[in-house]
Design a protein around this ligand. Structure first.
Ligand SMILES: [Zn+2]
Length: 62
């Protein structure tokens, strides 16, 4: 796979495997990796984003 290298984020002790694109953007492992998915250029932004997924579990999407 040449889509980007694997990147592991540690979110409050939970490990998430995501990918880093050639541009240096990180993809969300929950939203997936497609052209319409958000890209994060700092690990902290990605962590905040994933934390929001976790707190929204069971609720309807926006
Ligand atoms: Zn997401």
């Amino acid at each position: 796979m040449s889509e980007g290298e694997e990147f592991i984020v540690d979110i409050y002790g939970s490990l998430f495997i995501t990918r880093k694109t050639r541009d240096g953007g990180l993809t969300c492992p929950i939203c997936g990796h497609s052209e319409s998915s958000p890209l994060f250029f700092s690990e902290l932004d990605l962590i905040r984003h994933i934390a929001r997924h976790e707190s929204k579990k069971g609720k309807e999407g926006e």
